[in-house]
Write a protein that binds this ligand. Structure first.
Ligand SMILES: NC(=O)c1ccc[n+]([C@@H]2O[C@H](COP(=O)([O-])OP(=O)(O)OC[C@H]3O[C@@H](n4cnc5c(N)ncnc54)[C@H](OP(=O)(O)O)[C@@H]3O)[C@@H](O)[C@H]2O)c1
Length: 427
C-alpha cells in the first residue's frame, strides 16, 4: 500500500526548512507486534504547528522525533522532519490484542495518509492508549509552578484518545473540526487560566495578551471573561494585535479593548496591576512593553505562552532563531521588577492530577468544552484543504504569509475523491 507524507527539511540538513516535499513511500506488508496503522483523515493546522516545526530539533522539545520522516524518495529521518498535528483517524490495521480495526481515534499525529505507531503493550485502557517513546527525555522544560516539578509531561503527546470513551467526542464533522482546531489550544488556555487563578492572578487585575488574534490568546480572554462573570471579579483584558488583525480581534468581542504594536504606548501602567501574557514571543515588542511599564511596579509578571513570531514570515523580531543551527535558544527573558515565567500545560496538569480526582478533572473539562463549542463555533471560518498538491500549496502560503486568524484550517492528505468519510466510523 502506498503512503503520502508532507515532510520539511530539518534545519540541521542545511536545506531550506520551509520548502515542503511530498514523499511517496510503501507501507510495511505486515505490522510488527503491538502496532497500529492509523488512517489519518484530517488534522488542524495553525501557528501552533509552525511552532512545533520551529522547535523540531530544539534539544528540550525535539518535536521532529515524535513521528519520523519516511526513508523514501530522497527523504530520510536524518534530513527531514514531520510537523506534528492534532487530528482524527481510524485504525485500519492492528497487531495489538486490545485495539480493534475500525476504531476512531484522536491524537498528536503527522501530516500523512497513514501513520504506523507502536503501542505500549500494557499502557492501554478504555480511554486511551500510549505510544512509547523511550528515545525522548521524559521532561521538557524545568518549570516548577511553585508546587513540585512534574515528570511525565510528555504524556499528552504520547496519548491516543479512543473516541468511544471520550466524553467530549461528537462524531459530527463540525464537532470533529472544532476539536482539531481548538482542543490543544483551548486546553492550554484553560489550564493557564486555572494556574493563574490558583495563584490569585499574582495580584493582577489587568491582563495584556499579545498575538491577541491567535486562538490560544482569545480562548484565554474568553476564559478570563467567564470567570469574571461567574465570580464577579473586577478585571480587564486588553488584546495586543497587529494592525491587520484589529477588525477580526475586535469582532470577537472577547477583549475589553484592543491595542496594536504601534498604539501600545497608550496603555496606562498607573491604572492597576498588570499581568502580561505573551503569545507572540516577539522580543522587540516585549522590550517595549517592559520599558513602558518600567519601574512603575505595576507589571507584576510576564507569562510566556506562545511563539507565533517564530513563523518564518514574521518580521525578524524574535531572538529565537529559526535557522540551520540545531542549538536553538529561547527568546530573551524579559527583565524588570516583575517575574517572568513559562507556562507548559502538561506540567501544570500533572500537578493538578495529584490534587484533583480524575473524574473531577474530566467533569470540569467536559463542562468547559461544551461551553466552547456553544460559544465559539462561529469565531473562525473553517476551511478544508485536501490532497497532497493543495496541502503543499497551503503550507507554502502559511510559511510565506503567516496564518490568517479568520480561517480555521483543516487539512487532509486525501483528495476529494479519496476522502470518503466513513458514514459511521466504528467507535
Ligand atoms: N505553551 C503551550 O503549551 C502552548 C500550547 C498551545 C499553543 N501555544 C502557542 O500559542 C501560539 C498561538 O498558536 P495558535 O495556533 O493559537 O495561533 P493561530 O490561531 O494560528 O494565530 C495566528 C496569529 O499568530 C500571529 N501570527 C501568525 N503568523 C505570523 C507571522 N508570520 N508573523 C507575525 N505574527 C504571526 C498573528 O497574530 P497577531 O497579529 O495578533 O500577533 C496571527 O493572527 C503558538 O506559538 C503556539 O505554539 C503554546
Amino acid at each position: 500500500m502506498e503512503n503520502l507524507t508532507l515532510c520539511v527539511s530539518r534545519p540541521s540538513s542545511g536545506q531550506d526548512p520551509h520548502k515542503p516535499v511530498l514523499v511517496k513511500s510503501q507501507l510495511l506488508a505486515k505490522l510488527p507486534e503491538n502496532h497500529v496503522l492509523i488512517k489519518i483523515d484530517r488534522f488542524g493546522f495553525s501557528a501552533n504547528n509552525i511552532t512545533y516545526q520551529a522547535l523540531g530539533e530544539a534539544p528540550h522539545f525535539r518535536y521532529f522525533d515524535f513521528h519520523l520522516a519516511p526513508r523514501a524518495n530522497g527523504a530520510t529521518p536524518e534530513t527531514h522532519g514531520l510537523i506534528p498535528v492534532w487530528g482524527f483517524g481510524t485504525v485500519v490495521e492492528s497487531s495489538h490484542p486490545r485495539i480493534g480495526v475500525g476504531e476512531r481515534v484522536y491524537g498528536y499525529f503527522a501530516p500523512t495518509k497513514y501513520l504506523l505507531v507502536p503501542v505500549s503493550p500494557s499502557d492501554v485502557n478504555k480511554f486511551s492508549f500510549y505510544i512509547p517513546r523511550p528515545h525522548l527525555p521524559p521532561g521538557t522544560l524545568v518549570v516548577t509552578y511553585r508546587l513540585q516539578p512534574a515528570q511525565e509531561n510528555r504524556r499528552p503527546y504520547n496519548q491516543v484518545i479512543r473516541c468511544v470513551s471520550d466524553d467530549q467526542y461528537d462524531p459530527s464533522p463540525l464537532a470533529e473540526d472544532l476539536t482539531m482546531l481548538y482542543r490543544p489550544l483551548f486546553w492550554t488556555a484553560f489550564w493557564c487560566e486555572n494556574w493563574l487563578n490558583a495563584f490569585s492572578y499574582r495580584g493582577a487585575d489587568s491582563f495584556l495578551i499579545s498575538s491577541a488574534s491567535a486562538k490560544t490568546a482569545f480562548c484565554l480572554a474568553y476564559l478570563l471573561d467567564k470567570r469574571r462573570k461567574a465570580e464577579e471579579k473586577a478585571i480587564k483584558v486588553v488584546g495586543l494585535t497587529s494592525e491587520c488583525n484589529i477588525a477580526f480581534t475586535s469582532g470577537l468581542k472577547l477583549y475589553d479593548s484592543i491595542v496594536t504594536l504601534e498604539s501600545s504606548g497608550q496603555l496606562k501602567p498607573s491604572t492597576g496591576k498588570w499581568l502580561y501574557i505573551d503569545v507572540a514571543g516577539n522580543d522587540k515588542l516585549n522590550k517595549r512593553i517592559a520599558a513602558h511599564f518600567g519601574g512603575s511596579g505595576s507589571l507584576v509578571a510576564c507569562v510566556q505562552l506562545g511563539l507565533t513570531n517564530l513563523s518564518p514570515s514574521a518580521p525578524a523580531a524574535s531572538s529565537t532563531k529559526f535557522t540551520t543551527n540545531t542549538t536553538l535558544s529561547a527568546p530573551d527573558r524579559l527583565s524588570g521588577p516583575f517575574e517572568t515565567e513559562q507556562f507548559f500545560m502538561p506540567e501544570w496538569l500533572a500537578v493538578q492530577r495529584k490534587k484533583l480526582r480524575v473524574d473531577d478533572i474530566r467533569a470540569m473539562q467536559t463542562k468547559a468544552w461544551q461551553g466552547l463549542v456553544r460559544d465559539g463555533k462561529d469565531w473562525v471560518r473553517i476551511e478544508h484543504v485536501r490532497g497532497g498538491p493543495d496541502i503543499e500549496r497551503a503550507y507554502r502560503k502559511v510559511a510565506e504569509q503567516g496564518t490568517d486568524p479568520k480561517i480555521g484550517m483543516i487539512w487532509s492528505l486525501w483528495n476529494d475523491m479519496e476522502f470518503e468519510r466513513r458514514a459511521s466510523p466504528k467507535l
